[in-house]
Design a protein. Structure first.
Length: 400
């Protein structure tokens, strides 16, 4: 049975299959699901982009439509990036499955099993919570016009209710006449947009957590050197013991092989996301800035306030989610350096010390997911993004 049918990864498989991004789907099934996804998500986003271009001379239309338009483009870009790097994603998933198949082959892999199960469970937990939050945002964002219209139907009020869509589109299409069709397109389109974001981000987290497990296994095995019986380095013959009896040497060799596998996995993962993350961060700053400005321009419009708040919450959680996973990888990959410093290097053979020196040269450089090789995805820089959004938000307010 494939590991992706297990409880750890089955949700990732379902989410990716819904939007046609599961690498192990048949070509026909994958193409059909991808076309359906792009049809609805692209149809909803295309209408919003059309309304933005048509109202480009109206500042209020720009403020109200720009942020959500960029978010839609960004999410569709996620899907295009995933399709473009499909062979890399399949390679990463193949490596994960090979790791799980290798685990039962010997008792020496019991440590790897423990870490793989631990971080696979964490990945599943992150995916479940992330999906719940974003699908809640989907419901609160897309259903608000229907809820408000029904409230005005049942509430005893003499006020006339003007039908409003999720964004400014009345200048290109008759909202009153096509309200039902527009809302149907919005509900289905936003569902697919949210599903793309959840599926792509969750598989990114799946790979990051597995990479973290590989680094954690290396760190744990390196710590075993401290528990070995220390040799007396004063005795010259103990500095060059027989290779077969040099337990520390064999542990370090195993750690180097495991570390090399973890680095290869990281290189493929980083190359699949690096370029797109640069575009993503730029769009996030613009989206959050315009959304916050739009929020202050509203005048007691409860439905619009709820939609914008939901949109901002989703964006902040989205970038926080990616930054947190990237920070975790930085911490665990750089933690190996501290373990090497703290091991009893003075009590092992000369050949083992030489290996530790070369290993230390590489582990001093932590593994970092970058945006276009210019910006490091981390919690520190997540704070910088929020500060930049507040700065641009203040600038937009000054232009009122």
């Amino acid at each position: 049975m494939s590991v992706y049918n297990s409880r750890y990864y089955y949700l990732n498989k379902v989410l990716l299959s819904i939007v046609g991004l599961w690498p192990y789907q048949s070509r026909l099934e994958g193409n059909v699901m991808a076309i359906i996804t792009l049809l609805f998500a692209g149809g909803y986003s295309g209408l919003e982009l059309w309304s933005l271009i048509a109202g480009i001379t109206d500042l209020s239309i720009i403020i109200e439509n720009l942020s959500s338009t960029l978010i839609n483009i960004m999410v569709i870009g996620k899907m295009v990036n995933n399709l473009y790097n499909n062979y890399k994603m399949k390679d990463l998933l193949d490596r994960i499955e090979e790791t799980w198949k290798m685990i039962p082959t010997g008792p020496e892999n019991e440590i790897l099993r423990n870490f793989a199960e631990k971080y696979a469970e964490e990945s599943r937990s992150y995916t479940v919570h992330y999906a719940l939050v974003l699908y809640a945002v989907w419901i609160s964002f897309s259903m608000m016009p229907i809820v408000i219209s029904r409230l005005y139907t049942f509430l005893p009020t003499n006020e006339t209710f003007e039908t409003k869509y999720l964004y400014r589109v009345e200048h290109v299409i008759d909202v009153e006449k096509y309200f039902t069709l527009l809302m149907l397109l919005a509900i289905i389109g936003i569902f697919y947009i949210v599903s793309i974001a959840i599926a792509v981000d969750s598989v990114f987290v799946l790979c990051m957590q597995h990479n973290t497990a590989l680094f954690e296994e290396v760190r744990f095995n390196m710590e075993r050197i401290r528990s070995l019986d220390c040799v007396q380095v004063e005795a010259q013959w103990m500095l060059k013991p027989n290779v077969a009896n040099d337990e520390a040497y064999h542990i370090i060799i195993g750690c180097i092989k495991s570390y090399k596998d973890a680095l290869n996995f990281f290189d493929v993962l980083a190359s699949a996301y690096s370029t797109f993350f640069l575009l993503l961060l730029g769009m996030v700053v613009v989206c959050l800035s315009f959304s916050a400005a739009q929020l202050l321009l509203l005048d007691n419009q409860l439905d619009a306030i709820i939609r914008i708040v939901a949109l901002n919450v989703a964006e902040v959680i989205h970038i926080y989610y990616l930054s947190l996973m990237s920070q975790q990888l930085i911490d665990y990959s750089s933690g190996i350096q501290e373990v090497i410093y703290n091991c009893d290097w003075y009590a092992i053979s000369l050949r083992s010390r030489q290996l530790l020196k070369f290993t230390l040269l590489r582990v001093t450089k932590p593994c970092q997911i970058t945006a276009g090789k210019m910006y490091v995805m981390s919690m520190e820089n997540f704070g910088s993004i929020i500060k930049a959004c507040l700065s641009y938000f203040t600038m937009l307010l000054s232009l009122r």
